[in-house]
Design a protein around this ligand. Structure first.
Ligand code: PMP
Length: 409
């Protein structure tokens, strides 16, 4: 897509924080993989909810409670549409991708995995998609198997396929790597697992804000993402699951709302999706997330992906031309994440110098320590782009890296 049909200056006006200054310089926010900024429609949805609708959901008979319930359930339907899920009952509100993955590990996983069984992940996963499976395997005396990645940061497909066997109970893979930007061939990986009747969970934390996600086309069994990386509020996220799997799974948390009836002898659990939503949910968060997804849909996910790809190509070109800068993660199919090392300079120093220039990036292991080990490095500096970033901002990043070189010459 040509940059000219993407009115980035108009879009930037929707995000008040982008007009802040840091260290007396205009903010250049390139830490979108950690969390993205919020457009006015999301901020207004939160204010409006607390000012006009605040009430507990699914409980009161009074007008406000009905309004809040309606808005909360409307948000669920919006998310269903956003993911192209078959039913709104397949959309469960959770706190974020981390909770979505833990929910599946602790409910589906604890039922499915027995001693000697295996869970397959890849070498580029975020800690959120490693540790819950390690905890499960430890408890059940199962084994975690890890599909390797090549030097570009792409999953070795043959090795992945070879790991799938009689004892594999679940495959859990990222859609997009937060540390490398790699877009995984989720549909192909899913199809390969399904041929062996193995269900697939997709960690979509880094995909939902940037790609058009269609859970039916991907044919995954579970898909999870976080609101705060998708231009929505913190503390809210989504777990999608296929009805037949969710029906079979035991609840995750016990409490109010997830029951139909309770006696000391027996509790009857509620229907989907409420069986998995114990206690008062983050009503405002769900409504804010609905507003965020509406904003993305209005812009068009395809157009967002095309614009961000343009930025990625530009930024890759600029960074590659800098002496001493080495990109980590050069997959053919990549989202707009640029992880790099600067020869002779620790990533934290790079991050600090850039911060003084107003450029916000991430430095560290990005909650993907095994990825750092794979590339034999301690840390990277990561610039992760979003729909509101500009070429000028990438130029400021490049200029900031010039300052890093001057300081460490
Ligand atoms: N998976 C990936 C790929 C991520 O990038 C992140 C957040 N960095 C998570 C999972 C966890 O998301 P959250 O902290 O919002 O639960």
């Amino acid at each position: 897509m040509s940059g000219s049909s993407w009115d980035v200056e108009r879009i930037r006006k929707d995000f008040p924080i982008l007009h802040e200054e840091v260290h007396g310089k205009p903010l250049v926010y390139l830490d979108n993989a950690a969390t993205s900024q919020k457009p006015n429609v999301v901020i207004e949805a939160l204010v409006d909810y607390y000012a006009k609708q605040n009430s507990n959901v699914h409980r009161g008979l009074h007008q406000l409670s009905e309004r809040a319930t309606e808005a909360y359930e409307e948000a669920r339907v919006r998310i269903q549409r956003f993911l192209n899920a078959a039913h709104s009952r397949e959309i469960i509100f959770v706190r974020g991708a981390t909770e979505g993955i833990n929910l599946v590990a602790q409910t589906y996983g604890r039922r499915a995995v027995r001693a000697g069984d295996e869970v397959v992940i890849t070498a580029l996963e975020h800690h959120s998609n490693i540790v819950p499976w390690q905890m499960l395997c430890e408890e059940k005396h199962g084994t975690l198997r890890v599909a390797p990645i090549n030097d570009a940061g792409e999953v070795d497909f043959e090795a992945y396929e070879a790991l799938l066997g009689e004892r594999t109970r679940l495959v859990a893979i990222a859609h997009v790597s937060n540390a490398l930007g790699t877009i995984l061939p989720v549909h192909r990986m899913s199809e390969t697992a399904h041929r062996r009747d193995i269900p697939v969970l997709v960690d979509g934390a880094q995909a939902a804000p940037h790609l058009c996600v269609d859970v039916q086309a991907l044919d995954c069994d579970f898909y999870t993402f976080s609101g705060h990386k998708t231009y929505g509020p913190t503390g809210i996220g989504v777990l999608y699951g296929k009805t037949e799997l969710l029906e079979q799974m035991p609840p995750f948390h016990g409490g109010g709302d997830m029951i139909k009836s309770v006696s000391f002898e027996k509790t009857i659990y509620n229907d989907l999706p409420y069986k998995f939503e114990a206690g008062t949910p983050h009503v405002a968060g769900a409504i804010g997330l609905g507003a965020a997804l509406g904003y993305l849909e209005d812009l068009g996910l395809d157009r967002i992906a095309a614009y961000e790809h343009e930025l990625l190509v530009y930024a890759t070109d600029r960074l590659s031309s800098l002496p001493g800068v080495r990109l980590i993660g050069t997959a053919r199919d990549k989202a707009a994440v640029l992880s790099f090392v600067v020869e002779g300079v620790h990533a934290h120093d790079v991050g600090t110098i850039l911060d003084l220039e107003g450029v916000a990036v991430r430095a560290g292991h990005h909650c993907a320590m095994p990825v750092m080990t794979r590339f034999d490095i301690a840390a990277t500096t990561r610039a992760s782009l979003a729909l509101y970033n500009t070429r000028e901002e990438i130029d400021l990043l490049t200029r900031g890296l010039g300052k890093v070189r001057e300081v460490f010459r």
